[in-house]
Design a protein around this ligand. Structure first.
Ligand SMILES: C[S@@+](CC[C@H](N)C(=O)[O-])C[C@H]1O[C@@H](n2cnc3c(N)ncnc32)[C@H](O)[C@@H]1O
Length: 188
């Protein structure tokens, strides 16, 4: 699907609802473009919310599998309300289920993870390390702020890994994970 068609589809979906919730239009578009440009096969969408990121990555990209992961069921049943009706949500709460999370990524050969859940330094640090151990190739972190940036520093100090700024991506920060080098792909 062409970039302009993806953009139209994202806008049409977000405009259909009174209170769009989640990421910005450009960020959804960047995600979908990145997945296709890098021929990503297996995606883990961590933090489902209403389900927009999952819906777009599933319907507007060539990814073969997009897994939905979330740690909560809210009392209004709004989590996942935009997901296709037959989508299975894997209920994993981080940090409690971090070991299972790592195994899940490894077992399903996940090559791209979107982290849009805890937004807390401790949580993001654990998740990034789980991705590294499970040999995930790329991670995208949404709402990167000083706290999530600190997690990168922390990993570098603890594990001596290098993080390089490589390529800029809008709003989202996308990292490429190598054998011992982790590249930061970011437009910020
Ligand atoms: C901002 S929403 C995700 C929005 C979604 N990515 C989108 O663009 O449509 C954040 C989600 O993360 C989940 N979440 C928050 N903390 C979590 C944790 N510690 N473990 C697992 N899920 C968590 C919440 O239940 C919520 O559904």
């Amino acid at each position: 699907m062409k970039k302009e068609d993806k953009l139209k589809a994202i806008k049409a979906t977000l405009n259909r609802y009174d209170r769009p919730y989640g990421m910005a239009v450009d960020e959804y578009l960047d995600l979908c473009e990145f997945i296709d440009e890098h021929k990503i096969k297996n995606v883990a969408d961590v933090g489902v919310g209403k389900g927009y990121s999952h819906l777009f990555m599933k319907e507007l990209t060539n990814a073969e599998n997009v897994y939905a992961i979330d740690g909560y069921v809210d009392s209004n049943y709004t989590i996942g309300e935009r997901l296709p009706y037959d989508t299975h949500i894997y209920f994993l709460k981080i940090p409690d289920d971090i070991d299972y999370f790592e195994k899940f990524l490894y077992k399903n050969k996940i090559d791209f993870v979107l982290l849009d859940d805890g937004h807390h330094e401790d949580i993001v640090t654990l998740e990034v390390l789980a991705c590294y151990n499970a040999k995930v190739k790329f991670i995208a972190i949404h709402d990167v702020n000083t706290r999530t940036r600190r997690c990168i520093e922390r990993i570098r100090r603890l594990y001596g890994k290098e993080w390089h700024l490589n390529l800029k991506y809008n709003g989202l920060v996308i990292y490429e994970i190598g054998e011992d080098i982790v590249k930061l792909l970011s437009k910020m």
